[in-house]
Design a protein around this ligand. Structure first.
Ligand SMILES: [Zn+2]
Length: 296
């Protein structure tokens, strides 16, 4: 469902959404207040409504130790132009109307070099709850839909004999630099172009956490070879766990195949093998890549 923030009332952006919806042969009705624009989809498409979304949540632990980026002197224009907002909203209608995703269109974000013209607060996609709701751009939401349908649910059924009912998120939009590298470039999270996932909750109640379900990483094996100590049984550092290797458990196979499948859909996929900063979550983003996805 999609609803429109107050500041779009009577603006060209509203007209643009209506035009875009019309191009998609989606019928539109606007309440007299212009506060809400509801798109009643085609027979196949689920209904979407646009409502104002709250600002991004505060950082979760995985991100909290990475200070937010302050707007720089080189900051670009403080606001997005109507044309930029219109183009982004048109893309949202185009890529998300067929998915029937449950979301709210949020206010444009501009914070120095960070931000995006049409973020959405994603609550449910492809029948899977996104919890906490994640602030992402529409392309990320659409790719998440594709990943859940093509990879997540088929593999969940095959490996675990159940479906995923909830994806537990760790971070969507956040104005900050990359983590786990010495490079100070802005993270794709800064453009709402990324999503971090820490766990999958199954229809049978099981919760598969990246931190404890992934199994031993290549770093752990190298550390083990050096020290001769037992391998880590999950993705936590060896100092925290000393149990048998569990890379062949169904949970580990599920998480590793989730990760592998995401590499065919997203531009960048990082997990516990990438570095210590990603021990406890999968990072998916849509950074432009010349060739294949960056996947580790
Ligand atoms: Zn991330």
């Amino acid at each position: 469902m999609m609803d429109l923030p107050d500041q779009f009332k009577g603006t060209p952006a509203v007209a643009a959404v209506i035009v875009a919806a019309g191009l998609l042969a989606v019928s539109v009705s606007l309440p007299s207040s212009w506060r809400k624009a509801r798109f009643d989809g085609t027979a196949q498409a689920a209904r979407s409504t646009i409502t104002p979304a709250p600002q991004p949540n505060s950082p979760l632990p995985a991100e909290a130790d990475h200070p937010p980026v302050q707007p720089s002197d080189k900051a670009e224009a403080e606001t997005w132009s109507d044309a930029e907002i219109i183009a982004a909203l048109e893309e949202c209608v185009r890529v998300l109307t067929p998915t029937g995703a449950d979301l709210e269109v949020s206010k444009p974000i501009r914070n120095g070099q960070c931000g995006t013209p049409a973020p959405v607060l994603l609550k449910r996609v492809a029948g899977v709850a996104i919890s906490p709701s994640a602030l992402v751009n529409c392309r990320v939401a659409a790719k998440l839909h594709q990943w859940i349908e093509e990879t997540v649910q088929p593999i969940a059924q095959e490996v675990l004999g159940a479906s995923v009912s909830r994806i537990v998120t760790a971070s969507g939009y956040m104005c900050r630099q990359r983590i786990g590298t010495s490079n100070d470039r802005l993270s794709e999270h800064s453009f709402a172009n990324a999503l971090d996932i820490s766990a999958f909750v199954m229809t049978d109640g099981r919760s598969i956490e990246v931190l404890t379900g992934w199994g031993q990483t290549a770093r752990d094996r190298q550390a083990q070879a050096k020290t001769g100590k037992p391998a880590g049984g999950d993705a936590r550092p060896l100092r925290d766990v000393e149990t048998a290797d569990r890379t062949s458990t169904s949970e580990a196979r599920f998480l590793r195949r989730m990760h592998e499948g995401a590499c065919r859909i997203f531009g960048t996929v990082l997990g516990p093998e990438a570095n210590e900063a990603h021990r406890n979550h999968l990072h998916l983003d849509l950074a432009a890549r010349k060739r294949n996805a960056f996947c580790e």
